[in-house]
Ligand binder design. Structure first.
Ligand SMILES: NC(=O)c1ccc[n+]([C@@H]2O[C@H](COP(=O)([O-])OP(=O)(O)OC[C@H]3O[C@@H](n4cnc5c(N)ncnc54)[C@H](OP(=O)(O)O)[C@@H]3O)[C@@H](O)[C@H]2O)c1
Length: 305
């Protein structure tokens, strides 16, 4: 029997790396894709392939998909996993960075999907697994752009599911909760970089604390837990439309479904509330000058606006 072929983006770390390894264990021919090819040696050692890909670069994505099609003649499963968290108050995040967040988390996913679809349509089979987040259903302060991208992935995937059903192609959404990967540190750093010394500094510190606590919490999971769910979705005869994982993620998504906005706001506010010390620190930093304006003028994007 022919081995099924899977392409997993963002395979140099975290969920993508574990997914590539899990699909290899399940007998797939696996191509892991990422910018840091040197970080995919575990996949190569396990019998997979590592392929250079920057999801924001058309040429790089085309070259990767062309190579797989030339070598294997098919891609049965596409796991759109590459992504990162860009945090910071909306007022503080340059629009250029917001565009980059969308380029990676949304347009990158769409770019690869467009290139993989002709082959899947020709065979009238295939599964596209889009890695969203519980953040595609809930929200955090200073998370506007990350959540905007994940809500976009949710809507895009719903449309795509019904669009591709007549062509025999399945679309599945995965909604991970807190997973211990590089994602958390990258997100925390972006919040401090953007809003660590602005009018949102106390909220940025509170966000960082909440993200750290989520990572350390017993309800957080290791990435192999998500990988197992992805592999299950990719191999199921009739997969569910969405999988929230781990259990804590199911609970949060369920809570969001039943609570009205204002009540859910209370939950979010309590989790991300700055401490008295953080607020005092911010007030002290603001005292010498009108800080927000000063910071704004220093930003060339805003000066030009
Ligand atoms: N960890 C969590 O708590 C969590 C929760 C919900 C959802 N998620 C989602 O899960 C997915 C995987 O994240 P993770 O937690 O495994 O984080 P991670 O450890 O930081 O891995 C992210 C992967 O994305 C790749 N990537 C980033 N920018 C890229 C680009 N421009 N082109 C190609 N690849 C790129 C990275 O590879 P290179 O840097 O080598 O290119 C890396 O392999 C993301 O979509 C994330 O939003 C994570």
């Amino acid at each position: 029997m022919e081995r099924h072929v899977a392409l997993v983006t963002g395979a140099s770390s975290g969920i993508g790396e574990q997914t590539a390894l899990e699909l290899l264990r399940r007998g797939f021919t696996v191509y892991g894709a990422a910018r840091r090819v040197d970080r995919m040696s575990t996949i190569v050692d396990a019998g997979g392939h590592a392929i250079a890909m920057d999801v924001t670069d058309d040429a790089s994505v085309s070259a990767a998909v062309d190579r797989i099609m030339a070598d294997e003649g098919r891609i049965d499963v596409l796991v759109n996993n590459a992504g990162y968290g860009s945090y910071g108050a909306l007022e503080d995040v340059p629009i250029e960075e917001a565009r980059r967040q969308f380029e990676v988390n949304v347009f990158g996913l769409a770019r690869i999907t467009q290139l993989v679809l002709p082959g899947m349509r020709a065979r009238r089979s295939g599964t596209i697994v889009n890695i969203s987040s519980i953040g595609g259903r809930i929200y955090e302060p200073l998370g506007s752009w990350y959540h905007a991208t994940k809500f976009a992935v949710e809507g895009l995937s719903d449309s795509l599911r019904v669009e591709l059903e007549p062509h025999g192609i399945r679309v599945v959404v995965i909604q991970p909760g807190a997973i211990r990967t590089e994602w958390n540190g990258i997100s925390r750093r972006s919040a401090i970089e953007r809003s660590g010394d602005t009018a949102y500094a106390a909220q940025a510190r509170a966000l960082v604390r909440a993200l750290e606590a989520a990572d350390a919490s017993s309800t957080a999971s290791e990435p192999h837990v998500v990988a197992a769910t992805i592999a299950k979705a990719a191999t199921a005869r009739r997969p569910r439309t969405r999988y929230a994982t781990p259990v804590s993620a199911k609970f949060i998504v369920g809570l969001r479904r039943v609570l009205p906005d204002r009540v859910f706001d209370l939950v979010i506010r309590s989790v991300f509330a700055p401490t008295t010390a953080e607020l005092a620190e911010q007030r002290a930093a603001e005292r010498p000058a009108a800080a927000p304006g000063a910071r704004r003028e220093a930003d060339p994007d805003r000066a030009a606006a």
